[in-house]
Design a protein around this ligand. Structure first.
Ligand SMILES: [Ca+2]
Ligand SMILES: [Ca+2]
Ligand SMILES: [Ca+2]
Ligand SMILES: [Ca+2]
Length: 429
């Protein structure tokens, strides 16, 4: 452990951590729980519910490890019969009370718990606003404070509850709310708007506008200044990929996909203006059992929604998740982190031309973040037994930590199986 090895050029394995004590089928969260300047890992195990089409998971067990593989604390009992990744797991790491220390928020046993991140000790517990209000946890700023500290809960597909952190109900909303609503202060008035599936809500829960002519539901939502004009756009991935301006005017739609999934915005191509949109097309959904194998393909769109390329996949596999990974190396463009590919294709980073930049040597789910506060991101690939930490360069974990708490980015406190996101900050120009 912690012995850096170098399986291929520019890919270092910083740590390999035995996570079996967390139980199977966990999702990993990242955060500097003890504020020492280095991230810890929290493994979230879902409850035993097997059919999550209508009622989503709660949390069965939380287990925290440091990067040396030491188990720091555990809440709940791991269960070998835990369910799996059919719905989100309601848990986040966030400094909800703004005291500079991270908490772990989760729904367990029908209650909403706020735990002290460093120790796992209970800080507060609240009743849910509804028995089914535990699909996922969204942190928002609906009350205009300096620090986002409001909480949005939802059921599987229909209802949303907006609450203060003391669990006073602010409002509710019903609609086609999709998977993971994304919150962002689109008009800069100090309050977040809420893109809840196909409806944009203001901070009071009033519908500002809705998407039209879209089928099914929104799988993921991204916010970014795609066309580089200084205003944010919304890009929605569902049956098709559609871009809207802040007022709800449709700017383009990409319908060159059979079933688009898991879009991700980034600056993948330095030669092109604005942002590009990486995505995943399910060409053949699932194996038919008669020899036809499910197959998906990565694609990349330019800022006007035109396809730059689509992967010509020769292996089978149709459940890929694609995310944007920034700062793999100092100054590198954004890369596409693709995992759960199936067909023997291990998780990898792809550049804006579809080339593999780094191929990880372990199969599993992936999370990524600046684990060591050095301005570059590491990738953790994990299965039920091992979490392996990869980096573009060697970092000696035996060196002392900085003691300066890492900032918990919005991406890290908005963890979901249906990754949405936002691109902020200056463009390439
Ligand atoms: Ca730490
Ligand atoms: Ca706190
Ligand atoms: Ca606003
Ligand atoms: Ca724009």
């Amino acid at each position: 452990m912690n012995q850096a090895t170098r399986p291929e050029k520019q890919l270092w394995q910083l740590a390999s951590i035995d996570i079996r004590a967390a139980g199977p089928r966990c999702k990993m969260l990242l955060g500097d729980l003890n504020g020492d300047g280095r991230a810890e890992l929290v493994l979230v195990q879902p409850d035993k519910r097997q059919d999550v089409r209508y009622i989503p998971h709660q949390v069965q067990c939380l287990t925290a490890y440091d990067l040396h593989g030491k188990l720091l604390w555990q809440q709940g009992e791991p269960d070998a019969g835990a369910g799996s990744h059919g719905s989100d797991y309601p848990a986040q790491i966030y400094d909800i009370d703004g005291d500079g220390k991270l908490e772990v928020l989760c729904v367990m046993n029908g209650k909403f718990y706020i735990l002290e991140g460093a120790t796992g000790r209970l800080k507060s517990v609240y009743d849910l606003p509804d028995p089914h209000a535990h699909d996922c946890i969204i942190i928002a700023n609906l009350t205009g404070s300096d620090h986002a500290s409001d909480i949005i809960l939802k059921d599987r597909y229909h209802r949303i509850w907006a609450l203060t952190r003391e669990f006073e109900l602010l409002w509710t909303h019903e609609g086609n709310i999709g998977h993971y609503p994304w919150v962002y202060d689109l008009n800069g008035d100090g309050y977040d708007e809420v893109m809840a599936g196909y409806d944009l809500l203001d901070h009071r829960g009033k519908v500002l506008w809705s998407c039209h002519d879209l089928e099914d539901h929104a799988d993921c939502i991204w916010v970014g200044d795609v066309d580089d004009d200084g205003l944010m756009e919304l890009v929605i991935g569902g049956s098709v990929t559609v871009m809207y301006d802040r007022e709800g005017n449709e700017r383009w739609r990409y319908d060159g996909s059979i079933e688009s999934q898991h879009i991700a915005l980034g600056r993948f191509r330095a030669d092109l203006p604005g942002l590009q949109i990486a995505g995943l097309d399910r060409m053949v959904r699932e194996d038919d059992g008669k020899g036809l194998k499910g197959k998906d393909a990565l694609f990349l769109l330019d800022c006007e929604g035109k396809e730059l390329w689509k992967e010509k996949r020769t292996t089978s596999g149709w459940l890929t998740i694609a995310e944007t990974l920034s700062n793999w190396r100092p100054g590198s463009p954004d890369y596409i982190l693709a995992y759960r590919r199936g067909g023997g294709v291990y998780p990898a980073l792809y550049d804006g031309y579809g080339n593999i930049v780094a191929k990880f040597q372990h199969e599993g789910y992936a999370v990524h973040g600046d684990l060591l506060g050095q301005g570059t991101e590491q990738v953790v690939i994990y299965d039920d037994e091992l979490a392996v930490v990869y980096s573009s360069h060697n970092i000696d974990l035996a060196l002392p930590t900085s003691g300066i708490p890492l900032i918990q980015s919005k991406r890290l406190y908005s963890s979901t199986l249906y990754p949405g996101g936002e691109v902020t900050g200056p463009g390439k120009k």
